[in-house]
Design a protein around this ligand. Structure first.
Ligand SMILES: [Zn+2]
Ligand SMILES: [Zn+2]
Length: 96
């Protein structure tokens, strides 16, 4: 089940379940749109995969299956992230 992490891993912005700013990679690395799309250019700095918008869990489900409360805040080394983004941003996610 998707964890629905509470914050951006890079800038620590709050990303509650209802946020439309949350982006995730296939490993659920979670970032705000600014970090995912503008800073990392749609290349995950951890796994090099692409990001998609995180779905919002419906109200009746979020009470039964609550969002994670475990903060993961690990700002990335921007030089390394840029090398990673430059290597993969023009490669289709299917071919990364
Ligand atoms: Zn962010
Ligand atoms: Zn990732």
């Amino acid at each position: 089940m998707l964890e629905i992490r509470p914050n951006c891993e890079h800038c620590n912005k709050d990303l509650p379940n209802t946020s439309t700013e949350a982006m995730i990679c296939s490993f659920e690395c979670t970032y705000c749109k600014t970090c995912a799309l503008e800073i990392f250019e749609n290349v995950c700095p951890s796994c090099s995969g692409n990001f998609v918008e995180r779905p919002i869990r419906p109200q009746k489900e979020i009470t039964l299956y609550p969002a994670s409360t475990k903060q993961i805040f690990k700002p990335k080394d921007l030089e390394k992230a840029k090398l990673n983004s430059d290597q993969f941003k023009n490669v289709s996610p299917k071919r990364r």
